[in-house]
Design a protein around this ligand. Structure first.
Ligand SMILES: Nc1ncnc2c1ncn2[C@@H]1O[C@H](COP(=O)(O)OP(=O)(O)OP(=O)(O)O)[C@@H](O)[C@H]1O
Ligand SMILES: [Mg+2]
Length: 251
């Protein structure tokens, strides 16, 4: 279980998250939706341990994330970044193998096997010439799949996805959505997905939470979210500019 307890995060005197509480049960997928600038990426960076909360605690299996003894915890999470964040100067193979070479004691042959296996899992196993290509030679959808492969190859127990369908056409967004679902179902990983794409939220989420003004304003399974009378959610779902929900932090 990944748990946020009264977590606040302040930067340059501005409170982005404010005593936020959140639980992601093991093996489940929690999707956080919310307008641009509401703090979704910040929430994932906190869960990954890249930044520390100003106040409150983040627990992973009842252990504080900040606990220096919980080294194993650090290895058990993987993040798929909003921009894919592949290394431009490395090939697809080198991008995926990078983490294995750094962190796991594996022979080059074992690394190669794992890279090939994971590329098959993300649907990129058919074309071996892909291995030597640079990220710039791939479409956005392929880059996203390579980014997911790079995270999966480390065998994380928890995967954090930041806007996994951002900038993709609806068909490729559907492919990535199904991939996330398939990874969750076949590997039993726990997933925290942040997005403003309602379609992916409804498809992959066991629960969906709306983040706004630093807190989770509504939380429930997809059916309850769609039927909710919460005016913030209604405005978000309908995409109406007028209302309490403002983007880019202009609250
Ligand atoms: N290091 C930082 N310094 C200053 N402001 C920051 C920093 N990190 C985040 N912010 C601010 O915090 C707010 C939340 O940012 P965040 O990137 O988490 O939003 P988001 O919900 O992921 O947005 P988007 O949907 O556009 O990706 C924004 O107003 C942003 O400008
Ligand atoms: Mg973001």
């Amino acid at each position: 279980m990944l748990e946020f307890i009264d977590v606040s995060y302040e930067v340059s005197g501005k409170e982005i998250l404010s005593q936020l509480n959140l639980k992601v049960p093991l093996g489940k997928t929690l999707v956080i939706i919310g307008p641009s600038g509401c703090g979704k990426s910040t929430l994932l960076r906190l869960a990954m341990g890249l930044i520390k909360p100003t106040a409150g605690q983040i627990l992973l299996n009842q252990q504080p994330l900040s606990d220096p003894l919980s080294g194993e915890n650090k290895l058990s999470r993987g993040m798929v970044f909003q921009s894919s964040a592949l290394f431009d100067f490395l090939s697809v193979y080198e991008n995926i193998a990078f983490g294995l070479q750094q962190r796991k004691k594996l022979s080059p042959e074992e690394i190669k096997q794992r890279v090939i296996q994971v590329l098959e899992r993300v649907g990129l196993g058919a074309d071996p010439s892909l291995l030597t290509k640079r990220p710039a030679e791939l479409s956005g959808g392929m880059q996203k799949r390579v980014a997911i492969a790079r995270t999966l190859v480390m065998e994380p127990k928890i995967i954090l996805y930041d806007e996994p369908t951002n900038g993709l056409d609806p068909i490729m967004a559907g492919v990535i959505t199904e991939l996330i679902l398939q990874v969750q179902q076949s590997l039993g990983v726990t997933s925290l997905v942040v997005t403003h794409d309602l379609k992916i939220a409804l498809r992959v989420g066991d629960e969906i939470g709306l983040l706004f003004q630093g807190k989770i304003r509504e939380l429930g399974p997809p059916s309850a979210i769609m039927e909710s009378k919460n005016p913030l959610l209604r405005q978000f779902i309908a995409g109406i500019p007028a209302g309490s929900l403002r983007t880019n932090g202009e609250w």
